[in-house]
Design a protein around this ligand. Structure first.
Ligand code: NAP
Ligand code: MG
Length: 508
């Protein structure tokens, strides 16, 4: 909180921003070869901020070629781990020095409240990169139990060129989650940011060069998913894609891989996450606070948003009234006003999608307990916290990921019913359970099919724990924790013969 500036100060920073608008390849900014650009818009005003280079296959090919050259030269991949760590820590310091500028850039391009950019996204980005940097010179490989005649080693080696394709909801943080472990492991990286939010990724790459991460090691190719994203996914010189976004697009990367070079694919996709509140939950005021935060934070544009509240009928009325009271405290409005908790919805497309789901909720018979009306103000598109009561499992708003500040409240009569309903989804990213009974908590946490389950809290995850999903929420790996380091590495087995008479050894 103490790091917050005033709205006037943020607006002054916004006016003075130097906007990165072209691709960052091999340590230089350059326009797309085809000369094409696309607009990036401030969703809080509707104004065009800048024209961004629209990279296509030939730009992606150049970035991958330069990334490969850097990798083969060993300027980063074979740099001493201590030196790699130092360079990444210098990057963290540069991000910190430029945090106001980066927070404002992120807010004006995405509509996210500056409060969150300044107090969550920027500090978390730094922490993530620092955590992975620190791991660089502390990870050991393995010596196998191979006896006196041979030495067996199992070693990690960087994959090579890693493509990172990221969404717009946490533009900087998602890049950090990917490049932190990928760079720490010694890979070269090509990032394709979401088309709505290219600028902070570009600025980060510029800062990385300044920090001493060699040219060609971190490249950013802004552009459309269908062109730049697809070109990266299909490129034969890319060894791995790490993707965060929708399940629909995630599937495409599996296809691109199958039809090209069988590159490794790791997907973090959507969620329709349940928050289960049992009848013995303690302190419903605290529960209501978690419920509201988990669904309204970042305007609900959060893959681990708890958009389904599954509550025991005995406590439903009391909990709902407390949730509504908390929700009313969430201020929606101009993102550069640091007192607002919800900013603008990222794009007209996303806004229309949320409004469509709200209309469907009403049509299918759910009851609007709060909100439900879109707000268009000063060219910006806003949706205030919306709560639907009386939602039944077959309703569309109980099944589809809305990716907006919309809560669906469903009632159950038993623990088993709550678990069945929690699992009645194609997704499995995250879940929460509230109960005062530790046995029940553990039983429910194990029974829910999700990559993360939080008990009597929401969002306690940090860099130390893996993050990813079951079912359609993910594929092939996890972000964060040391598991992330391993997934950006190949595993190599090395056998060294130590016997005095190698031929005898072989015959035996
Ligand atoms: P998206 O449409 O899937 O886009 C994600 C990325 O893929 C963007 O960079 C996008 O580029 C690119 N892309 C789109 N179409 C492509 C194609 N045909 N080939 C290759 N790349 C393509 O998702 P989004 O709209 O940015 O974000 C919302 C979704 O992300 C939600 O479903 C949410 O749940 C999920 N998400 C998941 C997590 C997680 O950790 N599990 C975190 C955040 C978000 P364009 O921008 O040009 O379309
Ligand atoms: Mg998209």
């Amino acid at each position: 909180m103490s790091d917050l500036l005033t709205q006037d100060e943020y607006e002054a920073i916004a006016r003075d921003l130097t906007l990165p608008t072209t691709a960052f390849v091999n340590g230089r900014f350059s326009a797309a070869k085809g000369g094409k650009t696309f607009e990036t818009v401030n969703p809080a005003t509707g104004a065009t901020i800048a024209e961004i280079a629209a990279c296509e296959a030939e730009d992606v090919d150049l970035a991958v070629t330069k990334a490969r050259e850097a990798f083969e030269q060993g300027v980063w991949s074979r740099m001493h781990p201590v030196e790699r760590k130092h360079a990444l820590i210098r990057l963290v310091k540069l991000i910190k020095r430029n945090r106001y500028e980066l927070a404002v850039m992120e807010s004006v391009e995405s509509g996210k409240p500056i409060h969150d950019c300044a107090t969550i996204d920027l500090p978390e980005t730094q922490h993530c990169l620092e955590w992975h940097a620190e791991a660089t010179d502390k990870l050991y490989d393995q010596v196998t139990p191979s006896g006196d005649d041979a030495l067996g080693l199992v070693v990690r080696e960087p994959m090579g060129v890693v493509g990172c394709v990221v969404p717009w909801n946490f533009p900087l943080m998602m890049v950090a989650w990917k490049i932190g472990p990928a760079l720490a492991a010694g890979n070269s990286v090509v990032v394709k940011p979401a088309e709505q939010t290219s600028m902070t990724a570009l600025r980060l790459a510029e800062l990385a060069l300044e920090a001493g991460i060699p040219a060609g090691v971190l490249n950013v190719v802004p552009g459309m998913g269908e062109t730049a994203g697809q070109a990266l996914g299909r490129h034969p010189g890319v060894d791995m894609i790490s993707f965060t976004g929708s399940t629909e697009v995630g599937r495409m990367f599996l296809k691109y891989s199958a039809e090209s070079n069988l590159k490794k694919i790791v997907l973090e996709c959507g969620g329709k996450n349940p928050c289960v509140v049992l009848d013995d939950a303690e302190n419903l005021d605290a529960v209501a606070e978690h419920v509201a935060y988990s669904v309204f934070w970042n305007m609900g544009q959060n893959c681990s948003s708890n958009s389904r509240l599954i509550v025991h009928k005995k406590i439903k009325d009391e909990l709902l009234s407390k949730v509504l009271a908390k929700a009313r405290d969430w201020r929606t409005g101009y993102p550069l006003d640091p007192s607002n908790n919800l900013g603008a919805i990222v794009s007209r497309e996303q806004f229309d999608k949320i409004v469509h789901y709200i209309d469907l909720g009403k049509k299918e018979g759910a009851l609007v307990a709060l909100g439900g009306e879109p707000i268009e103000n000063g060219g910006g598109l806003y949706i205030a916290p919306t709560v639907f009561d009386g939602v039944t499992p077959e309703m569309t708003i109980a099944r589809d990921e809305i990716f907006g500040p919309v809560l669906s409240v469903m009632t159950v009569g038993s623990v088993d019913e709550a678990v069945d309903l929690a699992n009645d989804t194609q997704y499995g990213l995250q879940a929460s359970v509230f109960t005062s009974n530790v046995k029940r908590a553990h039983r429910v946490a194990r029974a829910i099919q999700a990559g993360t389950v939080t008990v009597n809290c929401y969002g306690e995850g940090d860099m130390t724990t893996p993050f990813g999903g079951y079912k359609l929420s993910g594929f092939g790996g996890r972000d964060n924790s040391l598991m992330a380091h391993d997934q950006y590495c190949e595993t190599k087995t090395i056998w060294i013969d130590l016997s005095d008479d190698p031929v005898d050894q072989a015959v035996d």
